[in-house]
Each structure stands twice: as C-alpha cells, then as structure tokens.
Design a protein around this ligand. Structure first.
Ligand code: FAD
Length: 554
C-alpha cells in the first residue's frame, strides 16, 4: 500500500470508528499516554497537528536526567521520581537512552563548593537509587583536567563525576508512538483538534478536527479526551471553556551546535556561568551542543526564534570556562529553540519555576496534563490514566487495570542491556562494510533505529544509484515513510534522523536522493519537488542565521 493510501485509510478509520480515548498531541507526553492507555486495553487514537515531536519534544537538552539543579529548589519528590525513572527508561530502550557520565567542574567563585557538591551528588544518587560504579566520585583538579583537558586551568578546583543518560527526544517520542501503534493504537500526524462537541449533560462527545494536509474537516468520536498539547494545553482548555486561574507559563530554551573539531570536548560537562545559572556542553557524533537559556516567552509558539543574544549568551558562558576554543557566532552550525510548558507560580522567575507536572480535570471530562519533563513521561502517563480510571468509575464505567509500561520494551529493541546494544552495533558495522556502505554510521543507525538498522542496511544494499551515503540516506528515508509516517522530507531530516541538528553538512550530499524518495512515494509534481527543496533550504539557512531581539520585536 502506498503511504497516501495508508493515510487515507487511517483518516477513514478516525472518521467512522468510536474510540475509548482520543489523545491530542504527539509529543512525548501524548506518545506515552497513548502507549499506556493501549497497553491497559483501551482503543486509542492520537492526533498531532504538525509532525510528531515537532513541539517541545524535539527541542530539549536530550538528557534523561534527574535534574540535579532541582535539588537547589528542594524539589526532592521530583528528583526522586525522575532519578529512578532514568534507569527504567534506559532498560526499556538501551539503544536510545544511553549512559552518559557527566562532569561538574568546581571553580573559584562558582555556585557550589566541594563539600556542597559532594553532598548534593550523594543525595542525587541516593534518591535515584544509583548503585555500584555509577555512584558519584569527587575528582581532584588533575583528575578533572584529565577527563576534560579543555577546562580553564587557573580557576579550576576539582570536579564531581556522576551518571546520567542521553537520548534523542524526537526518537523517544517516535518509538513510543510506534510501540503504541504496533499494540493497536491509531496515531496520525498533521491532524489538528479544533474544538469539541458536547452531550446534553455537557460532557465531550466528539472532537472536531482538520487534516492539515488537505484542509478537510471531520469529527472523531471518543468516550474520553486527554489533552497532551504541551505549550498549547491552555488553547484547548480555552476551547473547552475550562481555563481557570491555573495557567501555563512558557519559558524559552535555546541550544546551539558547533562542529566537534571546533569544540573537541572529551566528555559531557555541566558548568557554571557568570549569572549563577548552569549550562550543558555535550559531545554527540561529529558535533558538540551547548544549552540552554531559560527566559520568559510570550511570542508565537509555532515559530520560536533564536536571537543573536541567546546565541551570544551561550557562547560567552562556554568561552569563559573553555578559554582555548574562542567560539564565535560563525562557528554555530545549527540551533533549536523550544518552550517549556511550565505551571505558572506567582512571583517566580523562569528558572525558579517548578518542573512538576499537573493534571487539570474539567466538568466536560477533558483531562489536560502539562509541566513535567521528558524523563518523567512514563510516570506522567501512568498518573493521568489512573485519574481517567477514577473518572470512569465516577461515571459507572469499568476501572482500568494498572499501568503495564514499565515492562514494555520500546520498538527498536528489545536489547538485554547496553552491552547487547554495543555488540549489535558491531554487527551493523560489519554489514555496512560488507555492502561498501558508509563505514562509521553504525552507532548513529543503532542509536536512532535500534534493531531496525539491519532492515535499513538491507534496503540500502538493494539501491544501486548514488554514492554510498546517498544510498543509505535514501533507504533510511524510505523506512521512515513506510514505518513512521514521515510526510515531508523535513520530518525525516529533522525529527526522524536528527541530521538538521547534529549533522547539517551531511544533508546537501544526499538531498536530491532523499527528495526523490519522497517524490516517488507521495507522487510529487516537479513543482512540488522545487517547493520542498526550497522549504529545506530555508530551514538550513535558519539553522545558522540569527536576528537580534530588537529586529524581531520591531
Ligand atoms: P510537546 O512536545 O510540545 O507536544 C505537544 C504536541 O501537541 C505538539 O507536538 C503540538 O504540535 C501538539 N498539538 C498542540 N495543539 C494541538 C492540537 N490542537 N491538535 C493536535 N495536536 C496539537 N526534559 C528532560 O527530561 N530532559 C531534558 O534534558 C530537558 N531539556 C529541556 C530543554 C529545553 C530547552 C526545554 C524547552 C525543555 C526541556 N525538557 C527536558 C522538558 C521536556 O522537553 C518537555 O517536558 C517535554 O518535551 C514536553 O512534552 P509534551 O509532549 O508535553 O509537549
């Protein structure tokens, strides 16, 4: 079946079937909810108005972490929960959620002294029940420099060294969607929820939707609706007339990416900057990325600008602690800006506001969930479905069984542990070599696609045209169209493959082949090919070109 037919069939099902639950929002929160609900036996549909993870869930720091800095705000419960969740999410998808040791340099005039850091990291490990080799160690100055020679020597006093995990947020979202789909859910992207229709008793009976691809409007009938629209949660609450004094607060966070050769970090570092905040610098494949800012945002959530000032803040903070590298704005190859959908708290600044999640229940039955972290998505899903179960009982419906997701490996697995991932990477490397295909891409392919990597390599082998990198990219794109609803080339270049962020120079050598795959699968006209190419070139330009804040405001 062609992807156009698959999409048409899915829309026909959305129009004609009755669902137990409609999830609005295909970020990590909605994806986690869809999986949990499907595993508890509900018939689930999920709609996403743009591409999966195109909101905040492709714009994070991409860490599965306990949030060390929340200890400063005494958010013990939050740190305990997300700290423990790290190990669970790693177990469910070790190819995608990988161990990453973090170095916290102690510097003169820094926010934390040696004793406080040692205590804080001990508490952090204790709350998250970290054992064995993963427990934090405190390092001398020489040991710290040994781990990361680029650090500024004259103010360095030592370091803390502790365990975290790194992921790709968009892939984590995609694999939750895929796992839910394989278990029976019906997810579809580029479908927007517009507003709701109600029963005489004032409860939601159905949702009016719009296909963003064709403009067609239709209705989805479901017993329940969960609003997991991230920064847009209040928009839907407004449509439901249930927006009250509890509202969202948007905080913008920017990351920049530079070539690894310009910032050859040995390892991930979490470091102090002059205004008392802390930044991450994280090596990843051929790049190093740096983030993040944390400032109030009141602009358009569908198009969040990265300003020169945001970039300069990150560059200044980095250059101050890594003095030899002298990064400038010309070194920035790519960037992303996202908004944290936080719950507003009177009198607090963006970085002081809690990252806790919260559920809002309206009289119409609409359940909305906001706040929270990528790391805690599984527990958030569990909580809102437990709440739905109570709501069902109050309305004489059957209660739901307990959450099962802690034992459901994500699509792309299963892998017994991280060692099994590393041996699989060796197998993929051998397959690439045997097929004379892009050596050195095995870690990228396995981190992104897990065990599906072998199918992509097999497809690439069958392609005869183009360079080896182009054959592999074309096979990858075809896989994402067939299995992951990539509707536009940018869905693939950005959220399926991460190339737009972490390997921008790899795009132009494969662009024509990738466009050809989309053109063939979706039947593009010549003009559509030209238009798509232009859209991609605009995005590439935006990746490394910045306006000043004043220019955007005026
Ligand atoms: P989103 O990802 O925004 O998803 C909501 C989706 O709903 C969107 O895709 C949107 O298009 C869709 N939608 C909206 N309205 C409609 C509608 N009417 N119809 C259909 N669809 C609709 N957390 C961590 O654990 N680790 C980190 O390292 C980390 N770093 C971060 C760094 C930054 C800069 C930011 C901004 C956040 C970070 N977070 C981190 C937090 C984490 O990214 C978010 O908590 C999480 O991604 C929110 O996911 P979500 O699904 O709730 O929202």
């Amino acid at each position: 079946m062609t992807p156009n037919t698959l999409r048409k069939n899915a829309i026909d099902r959305l129009k004609t079937e009755h669902f137990d639950l409609l999830v609005v929002g295909g970020g990590i929160t909605g994806a986690g909810v869809a999986l949990d609900a499907t595993a508890r036996g509900l018939k689930v549909a999920l709609i996403e108005k743009r591409d999966y993870a195109s909101g905040t869930s492709s714009k994070s720091t991409k860490l599965i972490h306990g949030g060390l800095r929340y200890l400063k705000n005494m958010e013990i419960g939050l740190v305990r929960e997300v700290g423990k969740e790290r190990a669970t999410v790693h177990r469910l998808a070790p190819h995608l959620v990988r161990p990453e040791k973090m170095l916290l340099p102690l510097i003169e005039g820094g926010s934390l002294g040696k004793f406080t850091t040692s205590m804080a990291l001990w508490v952090y490990d204790f709350l998250a029940q970290v054992h064995g080799e993963d427990k934090r160690v405190m390092l001398t100055k020489a040991e710290t420099l040994d781990k990361e020679p680029l650090l500024r020597d004259d103010i360095l006093k030592g370091g803390g060294y502790y365990a975290e995990y790194r992921t790709d947020d968009a892939r984590l979202t995609m694999e939750n969607i895929n796992t839910a789909r394989i278990r029976g859910a019906l997810p579809l992207n580029y479908i927007e929820a517009i507003d709701f229709n109600y029963t005489e008793e004032g409860r939601i009976a159905s949702t009016n939707c719009k296909d963003k691809f064709t403009g067609e409007q239709f209705v989805i009938k479901s017993a329940h609706v969960i609003n997991a629209a991230g920064p847009w949660v209040d928009e839907l609450r407004q449509d439901d007339n249930s927006l009250n004094e509890k509202r969202l607060f948007w905080s913008k966070g920017v990351h920049i990416v530079v070539a690894r050769e310009r910032f050859p970090l040995e390892q991930a570092v979490y470091f102090d900057v002059a205004d008392g905040r802390m930044l991450f610098a994280i090596p990843r494949l051929r790049s190093t990325y740096i983030g993040t800012t944390d400032t109030e945002y009141q602009g358009n959530p569908n198009d969040i600008p990265t300003h020169v000032e945001d970039v300069q803040y990150l560059l200044d903070g980095t250059n101050a602690l890594f003095p030899g590298i002298n990064l400038t704005i010309e070194d920035v190859e790519s960037n992303w800006a996202g908004i944290r959908p936080l719950i507003y708290e009177e009198g607090k600044s963006a970085s002081e506001m809690s990252r806790k999640d919260e559920i809002f229940e309206s009289k119409s039955g609409l359940l909305s969930i906001a706040g929270g972290k990528l790391t805690g998505y599984r527990k958030m899903a569990e909580r809102i479905l437990d709440r739905l179960s109570r709501q069902r009982q109050e309305h004489q419906m059957e209660a739901l069984p307990q959450s099962k997701t802690k034992d459901i490996p994500l699509n792309g697995g299963p892998f017994e542990d991280f060692d099994a991932v590393l041996s699989y990477e060796k197998e993929i490397e051998a397959q690439l070599e045997e097929a004379s295909l892009s050596p050195g891409r095995a870690d990228y392919l396995v981190a992104n696609y897990g065990r599906q990597a072998e199918h992509i390599v097999a497809q690439a082998k069958q392609r005869s045209e183009g360079t080896d990198v182009a054959r592999l990219a074309a096979a990858e794109a075809a896989w994402c169209i067939e299995h992951e609803q990539a509707l536009f080339p940018l869905d693939f270049l950005n959220r399926r493959s991460g190339r737009l962020y972490f390997d921008l120079p790899s795009i132009s050598p494969v662009l024509d082949e990738v466009l050809q795959v989309f053109a063939q699968e979706y039947g593009y006209t010549d003009q559509e090919i030209v238009d798509e190419k232009q859209r991609i070139e605009n995005e590439l330009y935006k990746a490394y070109t910045f306006e000043s804040r004043e220019a955007t405001v005026s």
